[in-house]
Design a protein around this ligand. Structure first.
Ligand code: ADP
Length: 540
């Protein structure tokens, strides 16, 4: 039609061009493996990402090919985030914490042509070396000039003529990146992110009612760049021009708190286990670190333990609770407090922020119970279904994944939720983690959250254990804080006022550490396996 706006593809190079034009000197700060700090700017990033695109073409990478990375959060990985899609290829981030079988399967299923691997992660590569093939070679991301005689990233870059870059025409619906879901049920499944999805997702994250990311922010993603593109935060940071701080392999609380303080970080993001450890470090030495007042901590990937909210408030730090999945790029919902609820007294305001929040703009949700879609009354429970411009419509090369999508194109999340009249989602459980006791559902998420509010409890997971009479009953598995003590009776007594009696765990087991998934969440499958034959002590 006459006068219609010109088609302008939403691609990652638009983000990069903006960062280098409007914020050329904004810093990207990386902690290197020797703990020294490397600094450069968005202009440097753009220059090197383009040079990488040329080098990849020289190395035989063609549009549509998958280039795998197995790297921590650092600037070379960030160059790959942009350089690989600029070459028309697909960035495929691999999680080095996965087992060799899963890694070999994922690489084969994706058909990766090349691997960029951190020097410190070469031992992980060694374990799969004989089982995988990268036709276009293996390149080592390394701060040093040589790496065991293998081709280094800097060698690869040096092979490219810096002036040879010609912007290729990229369709916004072309694949830019991919990542595999953890495979806690069945084989890992590949999710492919288009340029358009990632650009819109970056804008969705930056919105004020979302994470309110802006050019004045200093963002440190703790969430690894190998997990759902560090929740898309590096792209969102480049879009708005925020300073990026990348922690390299050092994810312990002290190293992170040191970086927060030195680099004046204003927003950071990670899974609850990270925040539990950081809060414990702050409580142990409250005067040691001076963080930017009001710093935002984005908590996602698993339910935010309610105690984190007042816990961080006490230190003048603000928790933002968000929900998402590999299949949702990952931002699905954010737990901000809407206008109507802002005057609530404190405990009720916390109850709002504990929820997983309202769907991000452009994202639509509904939930399905046994008899159809549930009412948004905050009580009825059903499986969350979701759709939107950055929500997966299918899995990559996985024919048996089709049953996770409805016929009318919604993704079935596997999360059991209620939705309240304001559109706030509350995740009760993952469907496979629910305890089904005598026909009633018990939320393990709620029990865990409450337990982690007990002063002696460092971590808690609640699992279903087979039960002769009730089919399943909840067992609490607890790690106590160093030097703290609490008995089973005391912990169950602590929960009692908050739950109906039949919802309370039948027993508490104390262990030294809760096993973690490759993304740092509690690995409940391992706990269920460990306590499969558990018999509850006979009740008096
Ligand atoms: P995996 O956990 O299998 O590695 P994902 O990273 O895709 O894979 O995790 C998505 C799942 O994590 C969701 O389906 C949900 O169960 C859980 N999750 C993510 N964020 C939250 C949250 N804020 N509260 C509760 N559960 C969450």
């Amino acid at each position: 039609m006459n006068g219609l706006m010109m088609d302008f593809p939403l691609t990652l190079d638009v983000i990069l061009r903006r960062a280098e034009t409007i914020f050329p000197t904004r810093e990207i700060v990386t902690r290197l493996p020797d703990r020294s700090i490397h600094r450069y700017s968005y202009a440097d990033l753009a220059r090197r990402a383009r040079r990488l695109a040329v080098a990849l073409e020289g190395a035989g990478i063609r549009p549509g090919m998958r280039v795998a990375t197995m790297c921590w959060n650092h600037s070379q990985h960030l160059e790959a985030y942009f350089g690989i899609p600029l070459a028309g290829a697909v960035l495929h981030t691999l999680n080095p914490r996965l087992g060799a079988d899963d890694l070999a399967y994922i690489i084969e299923n994706a058909g990766d042509s090349m691997l960029l691997v951190d020097e410190s992660l070469l031992p992980v590569y060694e374990k799969i070396r004989d089982r995988v093939r990268f036709d276009q070679g293996v390149v080592v991301a390394s701060a040093a000039k040589t790496a065991n005689g293998m081709r280094t990233y800097d060698d690869l870059l040096a092979s490219a003529d810096p002036g040879a870059y010609v912007a290729r025409r990229i369709d916004e619906n072309d694949a830019a990146a991919m990542c595999y879901s953890s495979g806690t049920t069945g084989r890992p499944k590949g999710v492919v992110y288009s340029h358009r999805a990632m650009v819109l997702h970056s804008m969705g994250e930056a919105m004020v009612d979302s994470l309110a990311l802006c050019e004045g922010d200093v963002l440190l993603p703790v969430v690894p760049m190998f997990h759902v593109n560090a929740w898309g935060l590096p792209h969102a940071a480049a879009l708005v021009g925020a300073t990026l701080v990348l922690p390299g392999p050092f994810l312990d609380p002290e190293s992170l708190l040191d970086l927060y303080e030195k680099e004046r970080v204003t927003i950071s993001a990670g899974v609850p286990t990270v925040w539990l450890a950081i809060l414990a470090a702050l409580e142990k030495e409250p005067a040691r670190w001076h963080l930017v007042p009001g710093m935002r901590m984005v908590v996602g990937g698993a339910a935010c333990p309610p105690s984190l909210l007042p816990g961080f408030d006490k230190h003048g730090l603000r928790v933002i609770h968000a929900w998402g999945m590999t299949e949702t790029t990952p931002l699905g919902s954010v737990g901000n407090v809407r206008k109507e609820l802002r005057d609530l007294p404190e405990p009720m305001a916390y109850a709002v922020r504990e929820k997983q929040g309202m769907p991000a703009a452009m994202v639509e949700v509904r939930a399905r119970g046994e008899t159809g879609l549930i009412a948004w009354d905050g009580k009825a429970m059903g499986e969350l279904e979701i759709r939107g411009p950055w929500i997966a419509r299918a899995y990559y090369n996985t024919p048996d994944g089709a049953d996770r999508f409805t016929e009318d194109g919604w993704f079935k999340t596997g999360d059991i939720v209620s939705i309240d009249p304001n559109g706030y989602i509350t995740i009760t459980d993952r469907s496979k983690d629910l305890v089904k006791s005598g026909g009633e559902w018990i939320s393990t998420v709620a029990l865990e959250g409450a337990l982690m509010g007990h002063p002696a409890v460092a971590e808690a997971a609640v699992i279903a254990v087979p039960h002769p009479k009730w089919q399943e009953r909840p067992l609490a598995v607890v790690v106590l804080k160093p030097g703290a003590s609490a008995s089973e009776a005391e912990l169950i007594g602590f929960l009692a006022p908050k739950f109906a009696e039949w919802q309370l765990p039948d027993a508490v087991e104390f262990i030294d550490a809760i096993p973690r998934t490759a993304t740092g969440k509690f690995l409940k499958t391992a706990l269920r396996e460990r306590f499969r034959d558990y018999s509850f002590p006979a009740k008096a």
